[in-house]
Each structure stands twice: as structure tokens, then as C-alpha cells.
Design a protein around this ligand. Structure first.
Ligand SMILES: [Zn+2]
Length: 290
């Protein structure tokens, strides 16, 4: 557990994203939930022993940010309106409960008994939604919840001015491989500018160590590198499959290793990035020539 502000904490060593919380004078506000069921229930019991959990804000729909929600069954989940719409689809893209249970027998035996446990719902989607922004006042803290599409369409940042922090989800990957598998790269670059404009000392990324705004330039460069690289293949008329047969210079676009327990997806990720950017670049070219 890492302290990132006077009353703010994040956990960067779990399998999955960096789940975080702020301790207010009126209970806890969480940002994303621990991915592994055993981590989630341990968190909840330790927190509720001290104070109630008021809200759980999701920054994006990827399974490593939302699948732990179910273990906070009495907590109001907050999310961008598109996140509410796609919540179940993303949750089950991560596998059915039966598939998860089987997988955990290999990867996380302590979590097996909690999958499908009668005390917990199968899912806990957002009940409180917003389009562009939502401000929550909890105790003496302000939570400015801001839609910043990029890494995903519902992508959301949580800015807590009293703490000088912003929780960005996966619009920032600090020194671990960036996942551009479904992003709109141009919106992502705009989101990085919006993060830059916030009055904060510390950025809590979706993955990797907390960092400062100094890293945003490098994050933007990685997005730009990928777009430029795939665009050159598109200009040569190559299909995604043909691009993937080329000797791809992945680490020239993004020098960082893949994050927490995600190594099994390293090659699959390259393929997903190529497919996504190929489509988006072609769509954009078609639009501008129409
Ligand atoms: Zn993500």
C-alpha cells in the first residue's frame, strides 16, 4: 500500500489495476476495485473496520478495474453513463463465473471459494452515472469526476484537489506497456492535455508507480509513436494480418515491459493494437477524404 496524498492510498502490487482510496472525514471513497476476489474482500474488511465505504468510482470498463466491484455489494458504484451501458459485456469478456473459478484453481486458489459465493452478486455495475462531470463532496473532500475518453470510451479521471492527486485509470501507464487495444488515440492525446491542466502534484496511473505530470509527455509520445508506425503500413496498403507478418518494432514504439501478471497477453496485445489502430487510421482517412 502506497500513500500518495495526505489521505490517499493506492496498491500497485496486486494482480490487475491500481485500486485506490481516499480516507475522508466521512468514510472512504474508492477508485476502482481489487481484481482478485481475495484481495477485494480483505480490503473491504480492513476498511469497514475503521469507517464505512461511501462510494466506489470506476475509471473504465476493463475487467481488472471492475470485476472486484461485486465484493463491495452495499457500496454505491459511480461510473460514466457509457460504462454503465457496457458493464456486463466487459465483465463477461473476462469469462463466465465458472470459467473464472476454473482459472483461479491454477492462478489464485485462495479466491476460488469466493467466485459465485452466495453473499455476493455476480456483478455490481454503476448506479450513479454522469455524462461529462460529476462532483461528490464527502466529508472534507471534493471528488471531481471527469469524463476523459481515450484508452476507453467511458474513461474517467478522479481529481481530488485537497489531496493534490488525480486517479486516471489507464490513460496513464507508468513505465509499463500501454494498452492501445481499443483506444481512440487522438482522444487519448486530448485527455493527456486535460490531465496536464489539472492542479495536481501526483498522478495515480492505472498501472505502474504513481508519477508526476512530467511523465505525460512520454505517455503521449508512446501513443503518437504507435499511430505513426501503423499509419506507414496503412499508407502502403497492408492489412492488419500482413502487418503482423512484418518484423514489428514493438519496443521502438513503447519501450516498457508489460505490467502486473499480464505477460501471457504480450503478443496478443500487439495484435490487438495493430487491428485497432489500423481500423481507426483508415476510418479517419476516409472521413477526411469524404
Ligand atoms: Zn484498461
Amino acid at each position: 500500500m502506497r500513500r500518495v496524498g495526505k489521505n490517499s492510498f493506492t496498491e500497485i502490487y496486486f494482480a490487475g489495476c491500481n485500486p485506490s482510496f481516499v480516507e475522508t472525514s466521512d468514510g472512504y471513497v474508492m477508485i476502482d476495485s481489487p481484481q482478485q476476489p481475495i484481495d477485494a474482500v480483505r480490503w473491504r474488511e480492513r476498511m469497514e473496520d475503521r469507517a464505512p465505504i461511501r462510494y466506489l468510482i470506476n475509471t473504465e470498463p476493463h475487467g481488472d478495474h471492475i470485476s472486484g466491484n461485486a465484493y463491495f455489494p452495499n457500496v454505491t458504484v459511480v461510473g460514466q453513463v457509457k460504462l454503465q451501458e457496457c458493464f456486463e459485456r466487459y465483465l463477461y469478456a473476462f469469462g463466465t463465473l465458472e470459467e473464472k473459478r476454473e482459472r483461479f484453481k491454477e492462478t489464485d486458489p485462495d479466491s476460488v471459494w469466493l467466485v459465485g459465493h452466495p453473499d455476493y452478486p455476480a456483478s455490481n455495475p454503476p448506479k450513479l452515472t454522469f455524462d461529462d462531470t460529476l462532483t461528490l463532496n464527502v466529508g472534507n473532500h471534493t471528488f471531481n469526476i471527469i469524463h476523459m475518453p481515450g484508452h476507453t470510451a467511458p474513461q474517467t479521471s478522479v481529481h481530488v484537489p485537497e489531496e493534490g492527486v488525480v486517479f486516471t485509470g489507464d490513460n496513464v501507464f507508468y513505465k509499463c506497456r500501454s494498452w492501445l487495444q481499443e483506444c481512440d488515440p487522438w482522444e487519448w492525446l486530448t485527455a493527456l492535455k486535460s490531465i496536464e491542466a489539472l492542479d495536481v502534484e501526483t498522478i495515480i496511473p492505472g498501472h505502474g508507480d504513481p508519477c508526476t505530470k512530467a511523465y505525460l509527455k512520454e505517455q503521449g509520445q508512446i501513443v503518437e509513436n504507435w499511430v505513426g508506425y501503423i499509419e506507414r503500413f496503412v499508407d502502403r496498403g497492408l492489412s492488419p494480418e500482413e502487418i503482423l507478418k512484418e518484423p514489428l518494432e514493438v519496443t521502438k514504439q513503447d519501450p516498457y515491459p508489460i505490467g502486473q501478471r499480464l505477460f501471457i497477453h504480450d503478443e496478443r496485445l500487439t495484435s490487438m493494437i495493430v487491428h485497432n489502430l489500423h481500423q481507426r487510421i483508415r476510418d479517419k482517412k476516409q472521413q477526411s477524404s469524404a
